[in-house]
Design a protein around this ligand. Structure first.
Ligand SMILES: Cc1cc2nc3c(=O)[nH]c(=O)nc-3n(C[C@H](O)[C@H](O)[C@H](O)COP(=O)(O)O)c2cc1C
Length: 363
């Protein structure tokens, strides 16, 4: 009998059936993806310690311990000031520009807690608390975007936790491998969220050729089985997928944003530093358009720009204003066309990839 072309070494390392890692912020999606044979990584970067503990325990109760947690922790965190103190340091020129934008687009003030202020990258103390919660809960896999503090690697290694580093450039991949990453996500320009300037088609084989001994996982624009098959052809041991689940039946993304996602194509996303101070791919919205325009002040660095954005975004989300809301969405969004179950998305991606790869063998 011929071997399954989708059974890669990543399947063995992460003990999963399909070479698909499901990145999601939604715990229901994480559970459904795990049950469908994927490995789920739950994004907890914007959650408090209590929320992180609650989510880990909830997912573990449903599917056991085989899932990971993702935190976004820039190596260069600001000094230990509270989000409010950092906000107070934002230059008046930027505050006035943001206020004028809010007035022009009639952005209502937030009515709920401002979620972006919970980000670990705002403050070393928050970052350390998030990390300690994940370590204490005994999660077997931790993924980090934008780098990670040394003590996290030291602690993870001591506890036998597998570390996944998301990178957007080959030099970052080499640096993270050197410090002990067990797997590297080669994330291309097409990807949702923080992303570098090299396309998926180039960055994946480049990193795979430099790190032949590590499982390299392709990310950025992978929304169909064709993309999954191509990832394996490029030398990846699997695919790290985010956008494809956003409009799934289990997803907790606001229905207004889901509707936009189902109608959008790649050109309706933009890679802008206006949200967080680092280049990030999101659906276009007034905030990205105005800040990326010629009249805007120079963008602030992270976390100042992130905190500046927080009022706009929370106000837009709380009022559920379709004209103002945005979300991290990748260029592969064109192929997200109907609200399907997470299992169906995983299954169709795997079936299509298998058919394509077996077709090569038959041919
Ligand atoms: C809504 C959304 C939020 C994201 N937030 C994070 C995050 O908090 N941490 C992280 O490492 N990556 C984050 N990402 C990026 C994903 O980890 C992944 O690299 C990306 O989605 C892959 O590209 P794709 O969206 O084209 O599949 C996010 C992606 C999406 C869709």
């Amino acid at each position: 009998m011929r071997s399954d072309p989708l059974h890669t070494r990543l399947c063995d390392v992460l003990e999963m059936e399909l070479p698909i890692v499901c990145f999601t912020h939604c715990r229901e999606v994480a559970v459904a993806a795990t049950r469908a044979g994927c490995f789920a990584v739950l994004g907890e970067a914007l959650r408090s310690m209590e929320e992180i503990e609650r989510d880990i325990r909830w997912v573990r109760d449903q599917v056991g311990p085989g899932f990971g947690i993702d935190l976004v922790l820039p190596a260069r965190a600001p000094r230990d000031a509270s989000p409010e103190e950092i906000y107070a340091e934002i230059p008046s020129e930027h505050l006035s520009f943001a206020e004028a934008l809010e007035a022009r687009f009639d952005v209502p003030p937030p009515t709920n807690e401002v979620v972006l202020r919970k980000w670990g990258g705002n403050n070393k103390k928050i970052a350390r608390a998030q990390i300690e919660m994940v370590l204490d809960e005994g999660v077997p896999v931790i993924a980090t975007g934008l780098g990670a503090p040394d003590f996290l690697y030291d602690e993870a290694k001591a506890r036998g936790i597998k570390m996944i580093a998301l990178v957007g450039a080959t030099r970052q991949a080499l640096a993270q491998a050197e410090r002990g990453a067990d797997m590297v996500v080669a994330q291309g320009y097409d990807a949702a969220g923080h992303t570098g300037g090299v396309g998926t088609f180039s960055i994946v084989p480049e990193i795979a050729s430099k790190l032949p001994n590590l499982p390299v996982i392709a990310a950025g624009g992978i929304t169909t089985g064709r993309h999954l098959a191509a990832s394996l052809c490029l030398g990846a041991a699997g695919a790290w997928v985010g956008t494809a689940w956003l409009a799934s039946l289990e997803s907790d993304v606001d229905p207004i944003v889901k509707e936009r996602i189902l109608a959008a194509d790649g050109a309706e996303t933009t890679r802008s530093a206006s949200i967080s101070g680092k280049t990030m791919r999101v659906l276009r919205c007034p905030w990205t358009e105005v800040w990326d325009g010629d009249d805007a002040p120079q963008l602030l660095q992270s976390p100042y720009q992130m905190l500046l954005t927080s009022r706009y975004l929370q106000g837009a989300n709380d009022a559920r204003r379709a004209d103002l809301m945005t979300e991290a969405v990748g260029q592969g969004v064109h192929f997200v066309r109907e609200e399907r179950s997470t299992a169906e998305i995983a299954r169709s991606m795997a079936d299509e990839a298998r058919t394509i790869l077996e077709g090569f063998r038959a041919g």
